[in-house]
Design a protein around this ligand. Structure first.
Ligand code: KMH
Ligand code: ZN
Length: 272
């Protein structure tokens, strides 16, 4: 079977220190956590920036500091968010692209997001895809609902997304698609031929969905952005603990882990 790509989504925009005391917030903390995840087997680090107070920010200076700090520590693929936080403006969300990262996220539609609405109009998605194409940034297509796969196909039809497309099926967000095994199987079936995919299961969905992804030949995202508990009622001590568990599980099930360069090759990422 193909090797497993592990993404660590180590901070996110919503989780707080009150909820998860080990949440990395500053560029230095984020870089330390990235290093621990890289050593454990992650090849992609999904990044959200925070202010020193812990609020989500799309400030380019903070993203630059995070990128520099991670690059000094380890050679992982840095994947900043363009989803940001639900209240960010379109301009704020585009900011991280100006750093020309190897990858970035591209959310493929609008959905409820807990008590809020996560807005992604087609014109905004077109703008993101154009910018990424121009800068040769590999998009990870964030899909929270079934119809978003069709939006991604429409962007591909417009010539804005190159094949093979890479999807992240984010399942279990309150207000969007649930994260049952059935949901995962159904979503995977709708993906375009040749696409690669990873799964991000929210909260209690993380372990069953990532296990299924290992078995199905997909890839895996873990980390505090999606889940703060290592087991029921027990907070994880580090993002790296999730990565280590996936590595053990994957090897037990007969799948080796992709290195950073193997990940680049599998996803067709230009190396910088
Ligand atoms: N924080 C969510 C509203 C992404 O990183 O691209 C959006 C999100 C998706 O996290
Ligand atoms: Zn994110």
């Amino acid at each position: 079977m193909n090797k497993l790509i592990i993404t660590a989504a180590i901070t996110g925009a919503e989780v707080t220190r009150e909820q998860q005391p080990h949440l990395p917030l500053t560029p230095e903390e984020i870089a330390e956590e990235a290093l621990a995840c890289y050593k454990a087997g992650a090849s992609i680090i999904h990044v959200h920036a925070r202010t020193p107070e812990g609020d989500p920010t799309q400030d380019i200076a903070v993203y630059r500091a995070i990128k520099q700090a991670i690059e000094e520590k380890c050679p992982v693929i840095i994947q900043p968010t363009t989803g940001g936080a639900v209240r960010n403006t379109a301009e704020q969300r585009m900011q991280p692209l100006t750093l020309n990262p190897e990858m970035a996220t591209l959310s493929c539609g609008t959905c409820n997001f807990g008590e809020e609405v996560f807005m992604n109009s087609m014109p905004f998605m077109v703008g993101l895809a154009e910018e990424m194409l121009k800068r040769q940034i590999k998009p990870e297509l964030e899909v929270f609902e079934r119809g978003m796969i069709e939006n991604a196909k429409a962007l591909n039809k417009k010539g804005l997304l190159k094949a093979p497309m890479h999807f992240d099926l984010v399942l279990g967000v309150p207000g969007a698609c649930p994260g049952t095994i059935e949901d995962l199987l159904y979503m995977v079936k709708q993906l375009p031929e040749g696409a690669t995919w990873t799964v991000a299961g929210i909260g209690r969905y993380q372990l069953p969905l990532t296990t299924m992804a290992i078995l199905l030949g997909g890839h895996v995202r873990v980390g505090f952005e999606d889940n703060i508990y290592f087991e029921k009622g027990v907070l994880a001590r580090s993002n790296a603990d999730f990565v280590k568990r996936i590595v053990t599980l994957s090897k037990t099930l007969g799948r080796e882990i992709a290195s950073v360069d193997e990940t680049r090759e599998m996803l067709g990422i230009k190396s910088i």
